[in-house]
Design a protein around this ligand. Structure first.
Ligand code: MUC
Ligand code: MG
Length: 367
């Protein structure tokens, strides 16, 4: 199962409505399709979403690092030697979504070669994931209308509310409006993308105490080390680490620092190999996880669902899998569907990613 060729294809698909949050916004999915070809004719597929505001990667940097640094290190190697491949990739620091896409494409190759799905290969806990939807910045009435529409059309009953604006009271009002409109049965949690200071976060959390939030994610920057610890000690709502905990070592640091009570796992940045390590690390420590969203397209959401369904710990709570719904189109031949608030894992070998060639031709930017 020698790796013979690696393709990196830039493509751009516009969103109907941009997703806005404290660290940036995404109005076009300018992603990279990564394909790993092997000598037996098997091709593994994944996508890398550049998020410069979170990881410093761009579409051009992802293509450059894969083509010029990673591909020469792994061409000719067996796709089964994931650990050897990982050891080579991690000689280079950073570039998380480039590494993750390669890793997921390798798992796709292995699943196809064994005739099993990646979910079964990883653990096979279940065949579906409940869905949580991220609601981006907008006037409160629009945020409420979006959540109501997603509940009515797709049966989604868990929502992550983007916060981190100034003044923080705007976000408190929007979150409260969502609770009032959606009722007590809906799950709500918030994500600040490092937009507030610890003091602002503490005031906002206090004012949101009666809103019944499940948890609050990344309210202030990871570099505010003591302030985050102080916040975690004083918060009655559990705090989750997202962009501060993108590697097992960072997970350890955030948890031992007392800065977080739970961890967001994103396959877009830790692939399946590193995500699995983080999940087991959290299980061993008795720390909860949530399957997060890197503003993934359908391919990335399918990968995230395939991983989340593999483990009891990740399948326990709704996964953020629905923001592709705001894209005008996608590359999958058979679109990903959300029904009754759930995504079903594809009953296919590998990841079950089949690309629509006409769509790829239309959206790719390199021809
Ligand atoms: C999230 O959970 O933060 C926004 C920025 C990013 O890195 O991911 C998204 C969603
Ligand atoms: Mg987040």
């Amino acid at each position: 199962m020698k790796i013979t060729r690696i393709e990196t294809i830039p493509f751009a698909i516009p969103y109907r409505k941009a997703l806005r949050f404290a660290s940036g916004e995404v109005g076009t999915a300018e992603h990279v399709l990564v394909r790993v070809h092997t000598e037996d004719g098997i091709t593994g597929t994944a996508e890398a979403p550049p998020r410069p505001f979170t990881y410093g990667e761009t579409q051009a940097s992802i293509i450059a690092v894969i083509d010029t640094v990673f591909a020469p290190q792994i061409l000719g190697e067996s796709a089964l030697r994931r650990e050897a491949i990982w050891a080579r990739l991690t000689r280079t620091i950073g570039n998380p979504t480039a590494k993750a896409a390669l890793d997921m494409a390798l798992w796709d190759v292995i699943g196809q070669s064994l005739g099993v799905s990646v979910t079964e290969l990883l653990g096979g806990f279940t065949d579906r994931m409940r869905v949580a939807h991220m609601v981006g910045f907008a006037p409160a009435t629009e945020m409420v209308a979006e959540a109501e529409k997603l509940r009515a059309e797709y049966g989604i009953t868990a929502f992550k509310v983007k916060v981190g604006r100034r003044p923080y009271r705007d976000d408190v009002e929007a979150t409260r409006a969502l609770r009032e409109a959606l009722g007590e049965d809906v799950e709500l949690y918030i994500d600040g993308n490092r937009g507030w200071t610890a003091a602002e976060s503490a005031r906002a959390l206090r004012e949101l105490e009666d809103v019944g939030l499940t948890f609050a994610e990344e309210l202030c920057p990871a570099d505010d080390v003591l302030a985050r610890r102080w916040l975690a000690e004083h918060s009655s709502i559990p705090l989750y680490a997202d962009e501060s905990a993108t590697r097992p070592a960072e997970v350890t640091r955030e948890l031992l620092a007392g800065a977080a009570h739970g961890v967001s796992v994103k396959t877009a940045r830790t692939g399946f190999t590193q995500s699995q390590r983080i999940v087991h690390q959290c299980e061993g420590l008795g720390v909860d996880v949530v399957m997060g969203n890197q503003i993934d397209g359908q391919i990335g959401s399918l990968c995230s669902a395939a991983f989340g369904a593999a483990f009891q710990t990740t399948a326990r709570r709704p996964a953020e899998l629905s923001n592709f719904l705001d894209m005008t189109d996608d590359l999958l031949a058979e679109p990903l569907r959300i029904e009754n608030g759930t995504v079903r894992v594809r009953p296919a070998v590998g990841l079950g990613i089949e690309i629509d060639d006409n769509k790829l031709k239309h959206y790719r930017q390199d021809t």
